[in-house]
Ligand binder design. Sequence first.
Ligand code: ADP
Ligand code: MG
Length: 310
Amino acid sequence: MPSEFELIRKYFARPATSALLGAGDDAALLRPRPGMELAVSTDLLLEGTHFRAWDEPRQLGHKALAVNLSDMAAMGAAPRWALLAISLPAAEEAWLAAFAAGLFSLAGRFGVELIGGDTTRGPRSICITILGEVPAGQALRRAGAAPGDDIWVSGELGGAALGLARPAHAAAAMRLQQPEPRVELGTRLRGLASAAIDVSDGFAQDLGHLLESSGVGAVVQYDLVPKFSAFKKLEDKKFEAQCVLSGGDDYELVFTAPQRVRAGIEAVSKELDLALSRVGTIQQGESKLLIIDQERKPIAVARGFDHFAT
Ligand code: ADP
Ligand code: MG
């Protein structure tokens, strides 16, 4: 059986190029570029809670990093470095090789360098910490939305929830297992968006967090919310609304922006070839989210994901 250090060397330690010092010492050394702030975030994935023992390890490597990249996107930060803390019941080399392949393939696409971590025997869990750079003062926060701002959503919502409910639906299952973090969009929204958040726990819940941080309310028109295309054929409106408004794991961005930058945002959408939909308006007053149908009647929304809700 390979030792802990052999496993690290074989699967995770890669020579550093952008870090001053990468994996292999007691700590990595980083130097952000002049004028940049560091955005730092971490996410823990547990077997049985966030993934299942039989999930494809390659997709898991992708997803573990993707959820962290999505947090960078939501801050308008360019991801640069990652740390991986992983616990495994045994030195399963085939599993590790596939996991590392999925992780490094996504990391390579965005120029993210794995600069360290920790490897331990135990129940399977994956914790990635990500560091990104954002020009000083330009990070996109949850606070910042102002009355009259438009509310925008990237891509389509509900696909991951559909994939969870109907794993046989291949396209929906892909949305769940291999989400695409909106990294370029995040960096392009600097100077345009007034606030942003990524959809990890459900559109209504995550937009709710943004509203609370900003101290504002919102009205959203359900028919304008972009829905995963397969819902059209399913013709189950109740299930659709539940997936679209309360389903987690989509990793799209929800952001607000003043009306005067509409053309700028539409230009970004064209350039990135990524749909950006204007779904509602920020309102003055308490942090209430009103989602209305075509007759302007309110739609009741189920609560999004919460680990401790009973
Ligand atoms: P320490 O005893 O100081 O915690 P370790 O023996 O755990 O160091 O790790 C040795 C080196 O390998 C460190 O630089 C650490 O960052 C790196 N490392 C350990 N596990 C991983 C991993 N899963 N991915 C990337 N680097 C790792
Ligand atoms: Mg260690």
